[in-house]
Design a protein around this ligand. Structure first.
Ligand code: CP
Length: 305
């Protein structure tokens, strides 16, 4: 039985298979419409979510399966003090696969050690968000045609943004990847990611504060919001929240074939006037999230179509 806790749980070859399966699902959805009949997905979300929870549910429904779960820890027996370990033992009796989001780093890993069904990390604290990474990789692969030899700008809250951490881990396995890390000094990537992942693996990268300095060289611009819920101090959040605002004027500095991705939700960091730019693909990216989660469910349940 396999789980997905970290983006590195799949080898590059397995990831390629998963992305090709997601592309086939996009092209031929009817082939997969009954693949999960009789199967149940549990979504256990101890933290708020729109995209991740609903795209998982949409994925399972498109596969002909059923869904159950909770979207708020307050509506679950966690509010009475039940541990994640006990909860997943019970969920294992009710469902065939579980997607879990939790504010505590490592909670889905703990769940996977007690579960008798596959567990998927749907985001754990400021740590990782592997299914967002799968979504990001599928978006880049589908729209750029490759995952190698790309210059990727990661912009915003690189300290607390778990989607950024997971994406860096996943992309450094491909040749010719370089990063422009665009953030205020206080929101730079954590030192372990900087030293033990980027420096140790000789990945070319540059840390810059001004978005304008990085834009002309980018193949991909990955915007992120400042993670209010991870700040200890509201004043710091208010000072940082509008540090970057991508607008039409800045987009003029970017290459004509650059893609703008964002895991969403957006707050102010991309002006709505950018939404109509053909390079803005963040809503398309949300759709790819359904295809890749369909492919993931099939893979972890070992269902072949
Ligand atoms: N991208 C993402 O994780 O969005 P949600 O928090 O809405 O699930």
């Amino acid at each position: 039985m396999r789980h997905l806790i970290s983006p590195l749980d799949f080898s590059v070859e397995e990831l390629d298979r998963l992305l090709r399966l997601a592309n086939d699902i996009e092209q031929h959805p009817e082939k997969y419409a009954h693949a999960c009949e009789g199967k149940i997905l549990a979504t256990c979300f101890y933290e708020p979510s729109t995209r991740t929870r609903l795209s998982f549910e949409s994925a399972m429904l498109h596969l002909g399966g059923k869904v159950l779960g909770f979207s708020d820890a307050a509506n679950s027996s966690a509010s009475k003090g039940e541990s994640v370990s006990d909860t997943i033992r019970v969920i294992s009796e009710y469902a065939d696969i579980c997607a879990m989001r939790h504010p505590k780093e490592g909670a889905p890993l703990v769940a996977s050690e007690k579960a008798t069904i596959p567990v998927i990390n749907a985001g754990d604290g400021g740590h990782q968000h592997p299914t967002q990474t799968l979504t990001d990789l599928l978006t880049i692969y589908s729209l750029k045609g490759r995952l190698d030899h790309l210059t990727i700008g990661l912009c915003g809250d690189l300290k607390f943004g778990r989607t950024v951490h997971s994406l860096i881990h996943a992309l450094i396995r491909y040749p010719g990847i370089r990063f422009e890390l665009i953030s205020p000094e206080e929101l730079r990537v954590p030192s372990n990611l900087h030293d033990e992942v980027l420096v140790r693996n000789n990945i070319p990268f540059r840390e810059v504060v001004k978005l304008e300095d990085a834009l002309p060289a980018l193949d991909i611009l990955y915007m992120t919001r400042v993670q209010r819920e991870r700040f200890f101090n509201e004043e710091d959040y208010i000072r940082m929240k509008d540090f970057y605002i991508l607008n039409k004027e800045k987009m003029e500095l970017a290459p004509k074939d650059m893609l703008v991705l964002h895991p969403l939700p957006r707050v102010n960091e991309i002006s709505v006037e950018v939404d109509d730019d053909p390079r803005a693909v963040y809503f398309k990216q949300a759709r790819y999230g359904v295809y890749v989660r369909m492919a993931l469910i099939l893979t972890l349940l070992e269902i072949e179509v």
